[in-house]
Design a protein around this ligand. Structure first.
Ligand code: BYC
Length: 345
């Protein structure tokens, strides 16, 4: 009997403790949820240490990692033109722009890390072809005018999509977007300026600019994502104040902006169905090939294989840098702990 009691007392105690712990955990979760609901209702911000629902964390990680990978893969079409830029000035500008994209990728990977995601894992997923990045970067940049069209249309679409993200409910993402948008705005102007110069150049140059606009227009419109009826994530992301506007709403605003700017360029948009609907007060555009979009997302776009192959090569080429950085960090840490020991002694 005594032996039985001896065994049962600690078991009961530990059951008691774990019940208490689980009650505390449940209370913490209820408080966390109440705080989260309040923040959403007040349109305020969630910070990394705040409690957040798992689904919110997952949605943010899905979007932020996709966005970070887009910036990194997005360096490729333009980097391919640095050595072929027509002047030293153009080379310097393009190089600075591509460097900015790398910076954007790094801010965004850092934002994803605050949600508990490991950066190496994100990179591993990307190079294994398991992660998404923007459809737009699976199209080829065929001529110098494509640098203009990418800057004007692709960065223009990016700004339209990303300015509302500066108010995203997750603090680190919103703050990263503020800086990114400032830089994107410079990028768009440099693209516009390339096209402006070409469109006022020789007839061949003007034609080259028009061809580039013709090729990038529809893929740029698809950057905003599938039509609202076919966008499974929009509603929840908008309820959580991550996305502020639907895909179609932003696409329509973008068309309205481009209609004005293309006139200044002296070029045209390859879409005869663009019109302003007086009733809805929205810009409308012609049909887009959503099958093509699905093919690109499935990895079967014109450049998907090439982009991933180049990213893998770059990762392998960078192995020595990662090894050197790790060795340097270990050396510094050893030196630091030695100093701490000496200090303690
Ligand atoms: N490409 O329910 P939906 C740049 C996916 S970088 C590929 O509407 P959501 C630049 C979507 O992820 C520009 N995938 O999703 C860089 C989802 O799949 P999962 C990058 C796309 O998240 C260098 C599924 O389709 N910008 O500007 O509510 C040089 C259903 O879609 C795309 C960003 O990443 C696409 N275009 O809305 C120059 C902005 N569209 O995840 C320039 C941040 C959709 O369920 N991201 N999908 O497997 C966003 O604003 C939103 O994530 C999206 C999609 C509007 C893109």
């Amino acid at each position: 009997m005594a032996a039985q009691n001896l065994q049962s007392v600690p078991a009961e105690l530990s059951r008691g403790e774990s019940q208490e712990q689980s009650q505390e955990a449940a209370q913490r979760e209820a408080d966390g949820q109440a705080n989260f609901d309040r923040v959403m209702a007040e349109d305020s911000r969630i910070e990394p240490r705040d409690w957040m629902p798992d689904a919110y964390r997952k949605t943010l990680l899905r979007q932020i990692s996709q966005h970070a990978h887009s910036e990194i893969i997005g360096m490729q079409p333009e980097a391919n033109w640095i050595s072929r830029a027509p002047s030293l000035k153009r080379k310097a500008i393009l190089m600075a722009k591509v460097q900015d994209e790398a910076g954007h990728g790094l801010y965004l990977y850092s934002a994803a890390e605050t949600l508990g995601q490991n950066r190496d894992k994100m990179t591993a997923d990307l190079i294994a072809g398991k992660a998404r990045y923007s459809s737009i970067f699976n199209y080829p940049a065929l001529t110098w005018a494509d640098m203009g069209a990418i800057g004007w249309l692709v960065d223009g679409a990016a700004i339209c999509n990303q300015v509302p993200l500066c108010r995203a409910s997750y603090g680190p993402y919103g703050r990263a977007m503020v800086r990114i948008c400032k830089e994107e705005s410079f990028h768009q102007r440099q693209g516009f300026e390339i096209l402006l110069e070409l469109s006022h150049g020789t007839p061949e140059q003007k034609q080259m600019a028009q061809d580039a606009v013709n090729r990038w227009y529809a893929p740029a419109l698809m950057m905003f994502g599938p039509p609202d009826d076919d966008s499974p994530n929009s509603r929840q992301s908008m309820a959580w104040n991550i996305k502020r506007f639907s895909n179609d709403e932003l696409r329509s605003r973008f068309v309205g902006m481009m209609v004005e700017q293309v006139r200044v360029l002296g070029l045209t948009l390859p879409d005869s169905e663009i019109r302003f609907n007086e009733e809805t007060r929205k810009w409308e555009h012609g049909p887009l090939d959503w099958n093509e979009f699905k093919e690109v997302l499935a990895g079967r776009g014109p450049c998907n294989a090439q982009r991933l192959e180049r990213r893998r090569e770059a990762h392998d080429d960078g192995a020595w840098v990662r090894e050197a950085a790790a060795a340097y960090a270990a050396k510094r840490q050893a030196k630091q702990s030695m100093t701490t020991k000496e200090y303690a002694a």
